[in-house]
Design a protein around this ligand. Structure first.
Ligand code: 5GP
Ligand code: ZN
Length: 114
């Protein structure tokens, strides 16, 4: 997608602090962190929202979750804990329309979310 910020990060056209990459996903630090640790895990393929996830593309969600767990292990917060979040559309708080999994850690996170 030509005008998608996250596709531009995948293409290397916009810089990002990459923390993990494999054939299916890319993970990088959030520009505006909401916790001491805030990483975004995205599929390399453009998928606008969770509502647009096809059966064919569904395995990428597993790849994103596995990447999140690996990042948590590598960055040392797997045991103390962390939160993964995927926002969908307006009421979900989605602002970038290329699906992404937030990985938040480094403080005790409150529940329910605001
Ligand atoms: P959403 O609100 O869609 O769930 O989350 C989008 C996230 O992307 C936000 O946390 C925001 O800070 C982050 N973000 C937006 N633009 C950029 C960017 O150009 N680089 C990085 N690293 N993060 C971005
Ligand atoms: Zn995209």
């Amino acid at each position: 997608m030509a005008d998608c910020i996250f596709c531009k990060i995948v293409a290397g056209e916009i810089p990002a602090k990459v923390v993990f990459e494999d054939e299916a996903v890319l993970a990088f630090e959030d520009l505006n962190p909401q916790a001491p640790e805030h990483v975004l895990v995205i599929p390399k393929k453009h998928i606008a929202t969770l509502n647009d996830l096809s059966a064919e593309d569904a395995p990428v969600i597993g790849a994103m979750s596995r990447a999140a767990a690996r990042i948590a292990h590598d960055r040392g917060f797997a045991e103390i804990g962390y939160r993964t979040v995927m926002n969908c559309n307006e009421h979900g708080g989605q602002t970038v329309y290329h699906i992404h999994m937030h990985v938040l850690a480094g403080r005790a996170l409150s529940w329910p979310p605001g």
